[in-house]
Design a protein around this ligand. Structure first.
Ligand SMILES: Cc1cc2nc3c(=O)[nH]c(=O)nc-3n(C[C@H](O)[C@H](O)[C@H](O)COP(=O)(O)OP(=O)(O)OC[C@H]3O[C@@H](n4cnc5c(N)ncnc54)[C@H](O)[C@@H]3O)c2cc1C
Length: 375
């Protein structure tokens, strides 16, 4: 545990080690704030960087390379790190309630705990499929799946439910990793109800061609059920599969459910452009667990990353009683999808689309640069 600064008079409690909070820790490490006592509660001490997850599953990055060590960041920033999980909040008493039974008081609270997968609409998914989030759980299950797949009688038919960027990335990663390691053919299906948001027409065409070349079958439709033999779509169509991964809609973390904090229609915290929860000035939220009704954007790591530096400055300003900065998330952002073979497909906005080795080199360089900041 790292020590706190003795002259600190306000508790700044960071809950979750998500993409925005690593920026906060880094900012406080570079420029300490004597008035704030920093406490970080994180379920996982090593937090995964999702940008490198498909590369890791494809065998291109080690597990260490795709994780940020929160213990190191906490030590550098003078934060007290508590490895635990927030299971609820007592907003009136200004306390976070932890799974261990402990309650932590705060003057300022910041929440960056991501999402939980919403498996509720797919019958049998909780028992028979592997949810992609939380990533920590996925990695353990993925190891077991790979071990089974590498046996001569192991699974050969894989299905991925979720046609968003994450599902597409996973399909390429599974193909790249298992396709080169199995001696008999791998059958891979991607099931998506709609076109991936944030992917323009040019990228879509390139992705479709890349899928075709790799024998990845795409099914348009909504998954209604999963059983040990495969997936049933709501149309009744069956897709045979021995292993199913689910990367569909996000649900808000259960820890937020019992609070009276303002939420959007799905239950995610509703925040202002200052990143404060609409009805509680002392509570900030960032990343996938929050929605900014003034500037709604899809749930993606890139937005959590952009919120990070603003969150750090606003937490500092709030602690000092200064006016806060407003954040306006960008409308266009670069999307880079690794095809797992040293190439990537990229795009930005409605019209820019490209692919090739340079796109992978760009993605790799950006991701490694991001990680260097925190290691
Ligand atoms: C396969 C895949 C590929 C993706 N690729 C991309 C991509 O290329 N680009 C992109 O922009 N986005 C991508 N995403 C989306 C991206 O993962 C998320 O948008 C991003 O992780 C959100 O960051 P976050 O900070 O909100 O939360 P997270 O990164 O989920 O972090 C939350 C952290 O909080 C901790 N935590 C959770 N609950 C609690 C609790 N109750 N108490 C304490 N700690 C808690 C967790 O252990 C975790 O460390 C991808 C997602 C997947 C699954």
């Amino acid at each position: 545990m790292a020590s706190n600064r003795s002259q600190a008079n306000k508790n700044l409690l960071l809950v979750g080690g998500g993409h925005a909070h690593v920026f906060v820790l880094e900012a406080f490490a570079r420029n300490p704030e004597p008035g704030l006592r920093l406490i970080l509660v994180a379920k996982d001490v090593r937090t995964p960087y999702s940008g490198m997850l498909p590369g890791h599953l494809a065998g291109l990055y080690s597990r260490d390379e795709m994780h940020i060590d929160l213990e190191v960041l906490a030590r550098r920033s003078g934060a007290t790190l508590i490895q635990d999980e927030a299971v609820g909040f007592d907003a009136a008493g200004k306390r976070a309630l932890l799974r261990s039974g402990e309650a932590l008081s705060y003057d300022i609270l910041s929440i960056d705990i991501g999402i939980t997968p919403d498996l509720s609409g797919i019958e049998g998914a909780a028992e028979h499929a592997l949810a992609v989030k939380p990533i920590g759980d996925l990695l353990e299950k993925w190891d077991r799946l790979v071990e089974k797949a590498l046996r001569p009688d192991g699974p050969r038919r894989f299905a991925i439910i979720g046609g968003g960027v994450a599902g597409i990335c996973l399909a390429f990663a599974v193909r790249a990793f298992l396709g080169t390691r199995l001696s008999d053919p791998l059958h891979l299906a991607l099931i998506g109800a709609s076109d991936a948001p944030g992917i323009n027409a040019g990228m879509r065409r390139r992705i479709a061609r890349a899928f075709e070349r790799r024998g990845i079958e795409v099914f348009k439709g909504e998954a209604a059920g999963v059983d040990p033999k495969g997936v049933t779509l709501s149309s009744g169509e069956r897709i045979a599969a021995d292993a199913v991964l689910v990367s569909t809609h996000a649900a808000p973390p259960p820890a937020l459910a019992g609070t009276d904090w303002a939420k959007d229609e799905h239950g995610f915290l509703a925040i202002r452009p200052t990143l404060q929860v609409l009805n509680d000035n002392s509570v900030f939220a960032a990343g996938d667990c929050a929605t900014m009704p003034a500037h709604p954007r899809p749930k993606a790591g890139v937005f959590a990353v952009r919120q990070g530096p603003v969150l750090a400055r606003n937490l500092r300003r709030y602690g000092r009683g200064e006016a806060l900065e407003e954040h306006r998330p960008q409308r266009k952002h670069l999307v880079l999808i690794s095809t797992g073979d040293g190439r990537a497909i990229g795009g930005r906005g409605r019209f820019v689309a490209f692919q090739g080795r340079f796109a992978w080199r760009l993605k790799d360089w950006l991701d490694r640069r991001f990680m260097r900041r925190f290691t």
